[in-house]
Design a protein around this ligand. Structure first.
Ligand SMILES: Cc1ncc(COP(=O)(O)O)c(C=O)c1O
Ligand SMILES: *[C@@H]1O[C@H](CO)[C@@H](O)[C@H](O)[C@H]1NC(C)=O
Ligand SMILES: *[C@@H]1O[C@H](CO)[C@@H](O)[C@H](O)[C@H]1NC(C)=O
Length: 467
């Protein structure tokens, strides 16, 4: 939960107000004077890199002749510590097991099948991966898609349509929002991660029925995510499933950020929170994070998967997943399961958990406001004020730490943040360096909103609690 300090809220609103007022004024003055100068944050976003997204990356240096409005690449790059990529298990860089197999599959199959799944686009790798994904997530069957985003945006309209009701978490990803909108079903939103509000909405909607006719809904699907990617928060899945069971609603779980990254053996939020995958009707996930590849999947009952294979346009009319990308996921899952004959997978999973919990608790000790839950490798550091977005991003980069900042419209207006993604491939030395830099920058730009008294030891604090 966000703990926005009152003064920060006020100054943030004031800053946006000022930006708005000056923006309006500037536009007006420009109109009269044709004034060319302006401030731009262009340099803080879309920075090209010239390496794999490993724990360290090469960030291409750019220059601008028009105050960062247009940026030009140089041939130089800077080696930076990478806190921005979704490389949770470190599979995004060369791997001793995956990479040689991916290269072999590239030689054997080429980068593309140049065909859709139902024509010539199904290779041995596609069928193998579907079986492996189903087994990995604990569902009877699975179907692949070339893109994670399209998995949500194309599948949801096939599962539900007019006369149906989608109840969606207020912070669900844009791909879910667009899939829901495109489905023709009625869409209602419940307060982020609130099972109580979900129940309220369900009750109300079931009592009301369909708009105008008040007929019962043909189908109700509740859509949630395993880890919310802008919040670093875990889904309250057991409570949400209990509500869905009570009202006989279907559940759709997007595990883009949680599959592979959390749970004792990497099997995601169900494993971490002790939920039986049989209680989730549709399990969606992407290969773009923990598995270091691209594409997405739906894992569900044999009937649902069969139905999707016969009806989903993104299966029937889209070129199938790139074979080397499929091989990358197969190899990564085998490493995670220990089927490569080593314990590297188990070590990676222990490492991501240890790294994440270490980094989160150190940031909190420094006085930053960090969102999200323990075990989550995603941790937003709240910036709030719009002037702090480029300040944080540029100052970190100057000290050779690459971070991602997010602001409106990806987050609510007042809640701009930097989003740290921790990887199993970060060494303790990397993390300590990152903490040093972030602490310096935090002091410099004033974002340690919850200062802790530095002299109090842990023992003293717990003693105080007991008194
Ligand atoms: C929750 C969620 N679902 C779906 C996607 C889309 O997946 P992809 O980036 O693999 O297309 C993302 C992307 O970050 C996501 O965070
Ligand atoms: C443009 O970007 C550079 C490098 O990030 C930064 O130092 C500079 O202040 C920016 N200029 C403006 C006018 O925003
Ligand atoms: C690249 O870096 C070198 C050494 O720092 C510098 O001399 C050179 O001018 C840079 N080149 C560009 C195109 O910025």
């Amino acid at each position: 939960m966000v703990r926005l300090p009152y003064v920060t809220a006020l100054t943030t609103l004031f800053s946006y107000g000022l930006l708005f007022a000056f923006g309006q004024m500037r536009d007006f003055i420009r109109k009269i004077l044709d004034f060319p100068k302006s401030k731009n944050l262009g340099d803080c976003f879309g920075r090209p890199i010239s390496s794999a997204p490993d724990s360290w990356i090469d960030v291409v240096e750019r220059y601008s002749n028009d105050n960062n409005k247009t940026l030009h690449r140089t041939s130089n790059s800077t080696r930076c510590l990478n806190l921005g990529s979704y490389n949770y298990l470190g599979f995004a860089a060369a791997d001793e097991y995956c990479t040689p197999r991916v290269i072999e599959s590239l030689k054997k199959y080429s980068p593309s099948t140049c065909s859709v799944r139902v024509d010539g686009g199904t290779t041995k790798l596609h069928t193998e991966l579907e079986e492996l994904v189903a087994k990995f997530v604990g569902k009877p069957a699975a179907i692949l898609f070339g893109m994670g985003y399209a998995t949500n945006s194309a599948i949801i309209p096939v599962l539900i349509g007019k006369g149906g009701l989608i109840i969606s978490d207020s912070l669900n990803h844009n791909s879910i929002v667009n899939g829901a909108r495109g489905s023709g079903a009625t869409v209602r939103v419940f307060q982020h991660n609130s099972p109580a509000h979900l129940e309220e909405v369900l009750r109300e909607q079931i009592a009301d029925g369909q708009p105008r006719t008040h007929r019962p809904w043909k189908k109700i699907i509740v859509i949630v995510e395993g880890i919310y990617s802008m919040e670093g928060e875990l889904c309250k899945l057991p409570e949400i499933i209990a509500v869905c069971k009570k009202y006989k609603a279907y559940t759709y779980l997007d595990e883009a950020h949680s599959i592979g990254a959390i749970g004792k053996t990497g099997k995601g939020v169900c494993e971490l929170l002790g939920v039986d995958p049989a209680d989730v009707d549709v399990m969606m996930g992407t290969f773009t994070k923990s598995f270091g590849s691209c594409g997405g999947y739906i894992a569900a009952s044999k009937e649902i998967v069969q139905y999707l294979k016969h009806t989903c346009p993104a299966h029937l009319y889209a070129t199938s997943m790139s074979p080397p990308a499929a091989e990358q996921v197969i190899s990564a899952i085998k490493v995670i399961l220990g089927e490569d004959g080593s314990n590297r997978g188990a070590l990676k999973l222990a490492q991501i958990r240890e790294n994440s919990n270490f980094f989160r608790s150190e940031l909190q000790k420094m006085g930053f406001e960090v969102l999200g839950d323990n075990d989550s490798p995603v941790m937003p550091i709240m910036l709030y004020n719009p002037a702090k977005i480029p300040a944080f991003s540029r100052e970190c980069l100057r000290q050779k730490v690459a971070v991602v900042t997010v602001a409106f419209p990806a987050t609510p207006l007042l809640l701009a943040r930097a989003r740290i993604c921790i990887s199993a491939s970060h060494s303790r030395e990397d993390l300590v360096k990152a903490l040093e830099v972030i602490s310096n920058v935090g002091d410099l730009i004033g974002i340690k909103y919850f200062p802790v008294e530095p002299h109090k030891t842990h023992a003293e604090e717990s003693r105080k609690k007991l008194e």
